[in-house]
Design a protein. Structure first.
Length: 646
């Protein structure tokens, strides 16, 4: 399929991610880069809260609950700004040169990231063939079918008893994209991936650096170039897992970090309540997108809290008591949040993958989770760290602390031999190294950007380059172009090529793997014409048959690999081909609505099947099914036992 076909979905995705937040932010008197960068975080929160609230007021999930909540929130924002907020706090000045720098800093990484993704995906209708994507694609279709995108509901797709909470922000947004654009679930998912990775993330990364270190034009374009330089984010989560909810949460995390920065910085900050309100507004989106993203923000903002505490402690009298209260409140909130967010111990089973020296080496070489080293980023981080030690300021020490925290967490999760230490510090991310590797990139990006501006400034101060510096002062756009080209050349290296190859592998359709063959996908795409709308399809999920729900819209018995199996499902999975007319199987077929079976090859590179699906084997010789359609080795059977063939 041509990539032109994805344009409507891309437009709808951009509108959904930006327009609600732009309206709300504008009424809160945000302007300029702050408005643009905070808009996606606000939009995600509006969608998340709407998804949570809609079932309680009896509204079926669609764009309507989002529009209603946006209207209500906008009215409240108007009155807040009129009676409580202070415009001067949010007003920014800019000039043409700054505007050019901002545009370059967003467009360059957007093009680089989009190029990697489009080339790796091959086709807008393809999708990542990974373990978690069974759930993500099918959950979007489940939202569309049930009209419920609540995080308190989504887990019922795989657990009849229900799951207390499953982060549903991604699925809520993709389902709206499907409904408004008419795109398929895979195509809408790819549109969401491209917009979040190539637009939302670069804007957030540039915003983070500019707010922490200043709005220098060269610093701005350095931040933009670095946004596309880390394979750990945004690329790692797009082939490991795949972890789309965490990917969405981390993409908007920089905006939340900046809000916390403005709220907590020492000294006089006029009308802190404006920033407190914004923090309250972006937190729901982070939590419903993925609690791990919220905990990443908590971890990376620890330096801001400690700095605020030290400032309060140095002030005699009442401020000192306020500082102690702040520490106690923060510690208590952190412990409570850890208990709420940390998954059960039975789900925290990822072992260490490295020794401590190796993990330290990965952090220093900017090669976390085994990517090729990026010496350019290493050099920038070292220069940045040296400049902090040599000439530290509050902002500089804060970004160094962010980098250290993310590095220490990665070392603990990937190499610590002490499980108690891992449980207390990295369990919110399932003790899973790739998750922490992803937000390590957010933690170190400002430090690398600082190293970049320090290096450029030092070079321009050299006596031999005085004539060059004077030329750049007259034509700063030339310097911007040189810096961008140099950084892109240094950072778009083997690590990024490896990330692209990893994504390409998960999307690739070929006989035998990674899960699906071209014939199997071709058959699934035609199921809507071959299977009645009310029928349910059985199939061994480990062969990729479960993808049929998200691809075709036809329900499947096993929408995921990890499920709470009912007795009916177990009977069909283990007895259909050999005892298809037994009372137990007939009752199961009637209860579940199963009328068809997908028979796919078990060959491929996917992990070993650890379930019993013997009742779906040898269907060619079973008297209880008949062949409906075949594409290569991919087959669709209709069940003809128990009166279903009449």
């Amino acid at each position: 399929m041509s990539w032109v076909s994805i344009l409507p979905a891309l437009i709808v995705t951009g509108a959904l991610l930006f327009l609600p937040g732009l309206l709300l932010g504008f009424l809160l008197r945000l302007r300029g880069m702050r408005l643009l960068a905070l808009a996606p975080a606000l939009s995600v929160s509006l969608v998340a809260v709407a998804a949570l609230a809609a079932p309680f007021v009896g509204i079926r999930w669609s764009i309507l609950p989002v529009l209603i909540l946006t209207a209500v929130a906008s009215v409240a924002a108007y009155f807040w700004s009129k009676h409580v907020g202070k415009p001067a706090l949010l007003r920014q000045s800019s000039n043409a040169r700054q505007l050019v720098a901002v545009i370059v800093s967003i467009v360059v990484p957007a093009l680089l990231i989009a190029f990697v993704l489009v080339r790796s995906m091959h086709d807008p209708e393809f999708f990542s063939q990974r373990y978690d994507n069974f759930f993500h694609l099918n959950a979007v279709q489940y939202v569309l079918d049930t009209g419920n995108a609540s995080p308190l509901w989504l887990g019922s797709m795989t657990s009849p008893a229900g799951v207390p909470f499953y982060p549903s922000g991604w699925h809520a947004m993709v389902s709206i994209i499907v409904a408004l654009s008419g795109a398929s679930v895979p195509l809408a998912s790819n549109a969401m991936i491209i917009v979040v990775a190539a637009v939302v993330w670069p804007i957030g990364a540039v915003f983070l650096v500019r707010e922490l270190l200043g709005r220098n034009q060269i610093l701005t374009v350095i931040a933009g170039a670095l946004a596309a330089a880390f394979p750990a984010f945004p690329f790692l989560l797009l082939h490991y897992g795949v972890l789309y909810p965490l990917f969405l949460g981390l993409a908007v995390a920089p905006a939340a970090i900046v809000v916390a920065w403005w709220l907590l910085r020492p000294g006089r900050v006029p009308r802190r309540q404006d920033w407190a309100l914004l923090l309250v507004l972006v937190v729901p989106g982070l939590g419903v997108a993925h609690p791990g993203a919220l905990m990443a923000v908590v971890a990376l903002t620890v330096p801001f809290v400690l700095a605020r505490l030290l400032h309060q402690m140095r002030t005699p009298g009442r401020p000192r008591l306020i500082g102690i209260g702040l520490l106690v409140a923060y510690a208590a909130a952190g412990v409570v949040l850890l208990q709420v967010v940390r998954p059960p111990a039975s789900q925290i089973y990822w072992p260490i993958i490295n020794t401590v020296p190796d993990s330290i080496g990965e952090v220093v070489a900017a090669s976390v989770y085994g990517y090729p080293s990026s010496l350019g980023i290493t050099a920038l981080m070292i220069i940045g760290a040296y400049s902090v030690i040599r000439r530290g300021t509050y902002a500089r020490w804060s970004i160094l602390a962010m980098a250290v925290i993310s590095a220490v967490l990665y070392i603990i999760v990937s190499a610590s031999p002490y499980e108690t230490l891992r449980f207390w510090f990295t369990a919110p991310w399932y003790n899973n190294p790739p998750r922490i590797a992803a937000f390590w990139a957010i933690g170190v990006l400002p430090l690398a950007a600082l190293g970049g501006i320090v290096l450029v400034t030092w070079l321009l101060r050299q006596r031999l380059l005085v004539p060059v510096r004077r030329f750049f002062e007259r034509l700063p756009i030339v310097l911007i172009a040189i810096v961008v080209i140099a950084l892109v050349g240094v950072t778009q290296n083997a690590a990024i090529r490896q990330a692209a190859a990893d994504i390409e592998f998960t999307y690739e359709l070929r006989p035998g793997g990674p899960i699906l063959s071209p014939d199997e996908l071709d058959l699934m795409e035609d199921l809507a014409e071959l299977v009645p709308e009310d029928a349910v399809i059985a199939g061994d999920p480990w062969t990729g048959a479960s993808f049929a729900y998200g691809v075709s819209g036809r329900r499947v018995l096993m929408p995921h690999l990890l499920m709470d199996l009912t007795d009916d499902a177990e009977a069909i999975n283990t007895m259909l081909s050999t005892e298809g007319d037994s009372p137990e199987v007939c009752a199961a077929l009637e209860d579940t609505g199963v009328g068809y079976v997908l028979d796919f090859s078990a060959d491929g590179d996917f992990q070993e099947n650890d379930g019993d699906y013997s009742g779906l084997d040898d269907l060619d010789s079973s008297p209880y099914v008949e062949l409906v359609e075949q594409r290569g080795d991919a087959k669709l059977f209709k069940i003809v036992s128990c009166g279903l063939g009449s």
